[in-house]
Design a protein around this ligand. Structure first.
Ligand code: NAD
Length: 417
């Protein structure tokens, strides 16, 4: 099994990095070419078919996070993000988590929830729907041969009443096992298909028929233990827990804390062609499930004083459907991950969110995040000045000590070496 703890990956050339990734994931020459071409993956023709009024395409950096071990398996993780430090932070978090075995993650099966709003119904509507649930499910399942053949598809129907300023409304919810897809389109198709039957059964009027992005039947739970010494000792562990308590009890901090988690999770979503808006909307609603917006992760310590992090989020993702099969870079990124199911992808995305969260709050609870950012910036400047990998550390160190971080200074220091 390949090992994802690749030493000093950040110091390697692009070619060396690509060779490592290609060998780790057994990429073909064609797949390697897709990564090497700087065209961002899709042609204008493809873009023009994907959205309306297209005028071009838009590229973002694609990087690799190293060191991940998730449920005993090593992963290198493609991340698409414009923000510096995120990929380094995820790799660093994964490196520390690895000491104690990495991340343990479980994911629910992929059940989507479709909603049908039913108006003007009598008092026995819920009973009538329950009595006809088999007929309704059968009709829903007739809309997907693929899911039916796999033994998946619509499984349950449930009803709830909500109070609104316009009076009570009946909401019928369809629970669908969507397999390895996000399942948005099949959910909408099934909801639309069964609504005439629901009108007939209830003698009511259906209005909205649509997927709920609050995917509470696709919950992913990740846990990692971060060894006390590697975290920086007892005081740092305690400070990280205090930092978590700040986030868990103050919405202004919680939003930023959860945004840090999304830095990790959404970067993988971008790389693999997921609907990031759906993921973020669901995660934010889940953060407020107690009635108060709180931290999505929890931090505590075990009996030995090691730091323990957990993260629980709803995640609606797919390895088929959407652009996962259309965007060539997304396809290669999914291959790099080596995931064979939507659930496995969800596990990886959640572990990345937790790793990212660890590094962010560790930095905040110790040196602050600007130092790391400036070091990275200094590193980029040293490289831009023409320093070779063996010279970079020395130049970076000097610029930081002098508090003079600029391209000119990097060039001067390079001349002195
Ligand atoms: P999709 O429409 O491409 O459907 C997935 C297809 O994969 C289905 O036809 C299914 O039959 C097939 N399939 C093959 N193997 C499968 C397997 N093992 N498991 C499951 N299906 C399998 O994709 P989708 O997932 O329905 O929709 C995703 C797209 O829909 C995203 O681009 C998303 O942005 C968009 N969308 C989102 C919303 C929303 O979030 N509210 C609403 C509408 C559309």
């Amino acid at each position: 099994m390949p090992d994802s703890s690749i030493s000093r990956f950040f110091e390697k050339s692009r070619k060396e990095r690509l060779d490592i990734v290609a060998s780790f994931a057994s990429l073909s020459d064609e797949e390697l070419d897709i990564l090497q071409s700087d065209k961002g993956g899709i042609s204008f023709d493809k873009a023009d078919k994907m959205v309306e009024n297209a005028i071009g395409t838009f590229s973002l950096p694609l990087g690799i996070a190293t060191n991940f071990k998730i449920n005993g398996k090593d992963y290198i993780i493609p991340m698409v993000i414009e923000e510096p430090s995120v990929i380094a932070a995820a790799s660093k978090g994964a490196k520390t988590a690895r000491i104690k075995g990495g991340f343990e993650v479980t994911a629910d099966e992929s059940y989507s929830i479709g909603q049908i709003q039913v108006l003007d119904v009598g008092t026995s509507a819920i009973q009538q729907i329950n009595n006809s649930s088999n007929e309704i499910l059968q009709l829903a399942n007739s809309k997907s041969n693929t899911l039916s053949k796999m033994g998946k598809g619509a499984k349950e129907i449930s009803c709830k009443e909500i109070d609104t300023p316009s009076g009570k409304m009946l909401i019928v919810e369809l629970l669908i096992d969507v397999g390895d897809a996000m399942g948005a389109n099949i959910t909408n198709t099934m909801c639309e298909a069964i609504s005439p039957l629901i009108e007939k059964i209830t003698d009511g009027r259906t209005l909205l028929r649509i997927l709920s992005n609050y995917s509470t039947r696709r919950i992913v739970k990740a846990k990692a233990v971060f060894e006390k010494e590697a975290v920086g000792g007892e005081k740092v562990v305690d400070n990280i827990i205090l930092a978590f308590e700040f986030a868990d009890n103050d919405v202004y901090r919680a939003v930023t804390h959860n945004k840090g988690i999304m830095n990790g999770t959404i970067s993988v979503a971008n790389a693999t062609g997921q609907d990031s808006r759906a993921i973020e909307a669901a995660a934010n609603a889940y953060a407020a499930k107690s009635g108060k917006y709180r931290s999505l992760s929890k931090w505590s310590k075990d009996d030995d004083g090691n730091l323990v992090g957990t993260l629980e989020i709803p995640l609606s993702v797919g390895i088929v459907g959407g652009i996962a099969n259309v965007h060539p870079v997304a396809k290669v990124c999914t291959k790099i991950l080596g995931v064979s199911s939507a659930q496995e992808l969800a596990c990886v995305m959640t572990a990345t969110g937790l790793a990212q969260n660890y590094s962010a709050i560790r930095a905040l609870a110790t040196e602050g995040i600007q130092k790391g950012h400036m070091r990275l910036h200094a590193r980029n400047l040293a490289a831009a000045a023409g320093a070779i990998p063996e010279q970079i550390d020395e130049i970076v160190q000097k610029m930081i000590e002098e508090k003079k971080i600029s391209l000119d200074r990097a060039k001067e220091l390079l001349e002195q070496i």
